[in-house]
Design a protein around this ligand. Structure first.
Ligand code: GAR
Length: 204
């Protein structure tokens, strides 16, 4: 006997909350990737900077976008409550440039992931973000850079690595050139890796 379509249970879409501090090209790209997905959706974008471009980019795509203050970040129970209410399956740090609160990491074990614009463990740690990373890569005369997607733990850029992808650095490449190459990889792979994580059995 078949169940009538009207009574069949629709699988619940996985819910993604994104944290971002600035421009938000990755956030915009993730939102668009999941716009027509049957598996997952971005439900909220949170920023520590009320003037960040990521807020406008998200609102333009009809996604709830909120900012929080440094004080709210330092006493993050309210922030945790706000996150809990969105019932997320995954928290994605996509260009979030502050240390992520421990209380939130502890509340969401193995459900907080970060994208880092280099091949960790190289060029990670406090102060290593955005253009600082790309400048260090060029100054160190690296022949390769890339992206790392990893779980977030209580140490900067030290959580378990989920995915890495390399790109070649030419001797004449400037930090801006490296940033452009890395951003291409981020846009190509981050949404797909998020989708794979969400489809893994332990998150069901
Ligand atoms: C991205 O390159 C991301 O990897 C990096 O910030 C950029 C944000 O770009 N994150 C870090 O450096 C974290 N340590 P976006 O705002 O255009 O998405």
């Amino acid at each position: 006997m078949t169940t009538p379509a009207s009574t069949q249970l629709k699988p619940m879409k996985k819910r993604i909350v994104i944290f971002a501090s600035g421009n938000g090209t990755n956030t915009q790209n993730i939102i668009k990737y999941f716009q027509n997905s049957t598996h997952a959706q971005v439900v909220c974008v949170l920023s520590n900077n009320k003037n960040a471009k990521v807020i406008d980019r998200s609102l333009d795509l009809n996604i709830e976008a909120l900012s929080f203050t440094k004080d709210e970040m330092l006493a993050p129970k309210g922030l945790l409550c706000l996150i809990n209410k969105r019932k997320p399956d995954l928290l994605v740090l996509a260009g979030f440039l502050l240390k992520f609160p421990e209380i939130i990491i502890d509340a969401y074990p193995n459900k907080v992931v970060n994208i880092h614009p280099a091949l960790l463990p190289k060029f990670g740690g406090k102060g290593m973000y955005g253009h600082h990373v790309h400048r260090a890569v060029v100054e160190n005369k690296e022949t390769h850079s890339g992206i790392t997607i990893h779980y977030v733990n209580n140490q900067y850029d030290k959580g378990e690595i989920i995915f890495q992808k390399k790109t070649t650095i030419a001797p004449q490449d400037t930090p801006k050139d490296v940033a452009a190459k890395v951003q291409l990889l981020e846009h190509q792979y981050l949404p797909k890796v998020i989708e794979e994580i969400l489809l893994k059995p332990q998150l069901h």
